[in-house]
Write a protein that binds this ligand. Structure first.
Ligand code: ZN
Length: 539
């Protein structure tokens, strides 16, 4: 019975004389991260998908996968997907953090840089997985069988670093107007995709068609503080506008084209061991930041993504390779407050400039009688660091006053100090039941985290200057924490588990499918059983 069940899952007939109860492993694992693909977007659009996302929706579906930590940004989120570990263990606590010891001249560190490279700054850096403290799936696969090959392609360097880890065979990411890797020679497929991108950029692009489904969503919404409206865009762009290319479905299409090219070129899935192909599809995130999640732009983007994924899977089907797919996201997302206000959520608001780090520093500097910045931080919320130049007494006072000042803001939910986070136990239990302290603890690394962390109230967008991005994620609230986790393999017996699981569960789940042992106690996740019924893919 057990054998039959496992065979059904893995879709492989038993060889007539094979006594082995062990089903074959897939020849290729395809891991896809759709940046900012929230559980809310998945739920809104699920019934309308008829391409690749529909296929995955008919596999094993975990609609409530949690990026369980508080700092729901791209780098931390991608660091959880293939490591089995939360940011407290991966060390990737944010997209940027501060270290006055690592680089005193420019203490702001980018998550995917290597600050040991002479002359680097957080803006002009060498992309690297140096900060990632844990192994990734590709490392485990290569340990188990050195013949396994790993390729990663992404629209962002940080997702390529955090999912690919230290030793992928090929790694390419989007920069400016092409896919790059300064340490590698572009293979034919890289040259070919970059050439076709250049050809596309050499022409203006007319507006995309508006699918019928997207018509009701196509309505201009004014953004506070600007003359800009969002909501009815259709991705028209001028000749040569590579920034607009990036904020459009074209970026994902190019990423999928390159992934398919590398698959072919490296013959992934055709070797003696299981191979791994990792994709970071970043356009959904850029569309969310620039237009919000509730307008025609996101609708067009998701419909295009569904179609492009469908074509990608069809190409894989044609190879006859036995492949498994895992799709998830690095974090969720939140719409612009201006549209929420028109759609029955009057309390959605933006942070204001009184909460800016500059404004806080003006107040603290005056009150402490200290020239220059007292606090370092990236945004109006998140990790905050007290300047190292302060004496112990000044530090204690700065901390007290800063915590009081942030805590007094009606838009701030909670401020936790380093001492509180150090003392907190490691979170456990279902992630949807975690306290705010649990969520912040999952983002806390004593070496890298700040002196205190500021968490905004729900539905407060931390962007008050709306000249570039209008919407974002990064909060400890479920709209930013909840993402789908979708598993598919040919002839998989479908089921849906609506209860909360975590993205850190993905690594042990895939390791079990590949029958790779993960050292106990080395990760935070647990294996998710992909077989409905009494049998268990985790055993
Ligand atoms: Zn992201």
């Amino acid at each position: 019975m057990k054998l039959a069940r496992l065979t059904a899952l893995l879709a492989l007939p038993l060889a007539a004389a094979a006594p082995a109860a062990v089903p074959e492993k897939p020849k290729l694992v395809v891991v896809i991260s759709v940046d900012q693909f929230s559980a809310d977007l998945f739920a809104q659009y699920r019934q309308h998908f008829d391409g690749g996302l529909q296929r995955l929706s008919k596999g094993v579906v975990f609609p409530s996968g949690y990026q369980s930590h508080a700092a729901t940004e791209t780098c931390p989120g991608h660091s959880t997907i293939l490591t089995g570990s939360r940011p407290a263990r991966t060390g990737i606590i944010a997209n940027n953090w501060f270290s006055f010891r690592a680089r005193p001249s420019d203490p702001n560190l980018y998550c995917a840089e290597d600050e040991r490279v002479p002359g680097s700054t957080h803006r002009k850096y060498t992309a690297s997985p140096y900060h990632l403290k844990t192994l990734v799936l590709g490392d485990h696969m290569k340990r188990a069988d050195p013949r396994s090959r790993v390729a990663v392609v992404s629209g962002k360097d940080r997702s390529a670093m955090m999912m690919g880890g230290n030793r992928p065979d090929q790694r390419w990411w989007w920069e400016g107007d092409r896919f790059i890797n300064p340490g590698a020679t572009p293979s034919d497929s890289v040259v070919e995709v970059n050439r076709s991108v250049a050809a596309a950029l050499a022409e203006p692009r007319p507006a995309r068609d508006l699918p019928g489904l997207c018509e009701p969503r196509s309505r201009a919404v004014s953004i506070q503080g600007t003359r800009r409206t969002v909501g009815d865009g259709r991705f028209a762009r001028a000749k040569g506008d590579s920034a607009a290319f990036k904020i459009s479905p074209d970026l994902d299409q190019a990423t999928l084209d390159l992934a398919a090219g590398l698959r072919r070129e490296l013959r992934l899935g055709e070797g003696p061991a299981t191979d791994l192909l990792i994709l970071g599809l970043s356009a959904t995130d850029y569309v969310g930041h620039n237009y919000g999640t509730g307008g025609a732009e996101m609708c067009i983007q998701l419909m295009a993504l569904d179609k492009a994924l469908g074509e990608f899977f069809r190409k894989l089907d044609q190879t006859g390779i036995d492949y498994a797919v895992l799709l998830t996201a690095d974090h969720g997302g939140h719409d612009v407050p201006e549209r929420y206000n028109q759609q029955a959520i009057p309390d959605a608001i933006r942070a204001d400039s009184t909460m800016s780090i500059e404004e806080m520093n003006r107040k603290l500097s005056k009150s402490l009688g200290v020239p220059g910045p007292v606090l370092y931080g990236e945004y109006v919320s998140g990790d905050m660091y007290i300047a190292p130049k302060l004496s112990a007494a000044q530090r204690a006072r700065a901390l007290r006053e800063a915590v009081r000042a942030y805590g007094a803001s009606p838009k701030v939910a909670k401020v936790f100090t380093r001492a509180q986070l150090l003392a907190a136990p490691r979170p456990s239990g279902p992630p949807d039941t975690w306290s705010l302290l649990d969520r912040a603890k999952a983002s806390f690394d004593p070496e890298r985290s700040g002196d205190f962390v500021v968490l905004l109230k729900p539905r407060v967008t931390p962007i008050y200057d709306t000249r570039s991005y209008v919407a974002t994620h990064g909060s400890p609230w479920d709209y930013d924490r909840r993402v789908p986790i979708l598993f598919w393999r040919k002839d998989v017996v479908p089921f849906e588990q609506p209860l909360a699981v975590e993205t850190v569960d993905i690594l042990p789940t895939l390791a079990a499918v590949l029958r790779i042992a993960i050292p106990p106690g080395s990760i935070d996740g647990r294996c998710l059983d992909l077989v409905e019924g009494p049998d268990d893919s985790c055993r």
